[in-house]
Design a protein around this ligand. Structure first.
Ligand SMILES: Cc1cc2nc3c(=O)[nH]c(=O)nc-3n(C[C@H](O)[C@H](O)[C@H](O)COP(=O)(O)O)c2cc1C
Length: 194
């Protein structure tokens, strides 16, 4: 198949799949390695390569849940604490094969705006999602729970200047027939030819 057709097919095929629909089977490490390598080829201004990836492998994904739930418990005032939310965070990754926590390490290049570093890491994430999709690996980019709480980035050794951009759940699903994606409007309604 022509390369551009393949690229466009993968872009359209990528879907957010809730980890609830994962089946707990592992993704080959070789494939995960390819997914990680793709992150490194994202565009980035001033070659800062600001993506930082922390990977929980099979048998360790539950540690991600434990950490997330523990941070929620530690940093939520008692009167706001919800046991249901705690349990959800605790078990969110149970059926995932891998969880990749994605941070942005802010460079000290003078004059480089923060949004450019965030943009570069978002590109790295999309690269990973597309390679995952090309291997029929189900994926989910989540930012819920404690993602943006400072304790979360500190737990991964990131600093105040850095940002957490989310966690990518990778897994297998029995439902390989992904629904078509949904968009509120076509690209025609979001563009203006100048
Ligand atoms: C920055 C970012 C954060 C997201 N966080 C969540 C999240 O916390 N929970 C969730 O269910 N989906 C999350 N998503 C996935 C979106 O819900 C999803 O991309 C959107 O519904 C479009 O569906 P699609 O990815 O299948 O095209 C996030 C997506 C992005 C780009």
């Amino acid at each position: 198949m022509e390369l551009s057709l393949i690229v466009r097919a993968i872009i359209k095929k990528r879907r957010t799949t809730s980890p609830d629909h994962f089946n707990g089977k592992p993704v080959d490490k070789q494939i995960v390695q390819e997914i990680l390598d793709a992150a490194n080829w994202a565009p980035n201004h001033k070659t800062t390569e600001p993506w930082r990836l922390f990977i929980f492998e099979p048998n360790k994904v539950k540690n991600f849940g434990k950490l997330h739930a523990q941070l929620y418990k530690e940093h939520t005032p008692e009167n706001n604490f919800l046991e249901k939310k705690y349990q959800k965070l605790l078990h969110r990754a149970d059926k995932a094969s891998h969880v990749i926590v994605v941070g942005m390490s802010r460079s000290n290049v003078p004059g480089l705006p923060e949004q450019e570093e965030v943009a570069a890491v978002a590109c790295a994430i999309q690269n990973m999602l597309l390679v995952a999709t090309s291997h029929n690996v189900a994926c989910f980019w989540g930012t819920g729970g404690m993602c943006y709480h400072p304790s979360f980035k500190y737990a991964f050794g990131l600093e105040d200047k850095d940002l957490m951009l989310g966690f990518i759940f990778l897994g297998k699903t029995d439902n390989d027939d992904l629904e078509d994606g949904k968009r509120h409007s076509s690209i025609g309604e979001k563009i203006k030819w100048m």
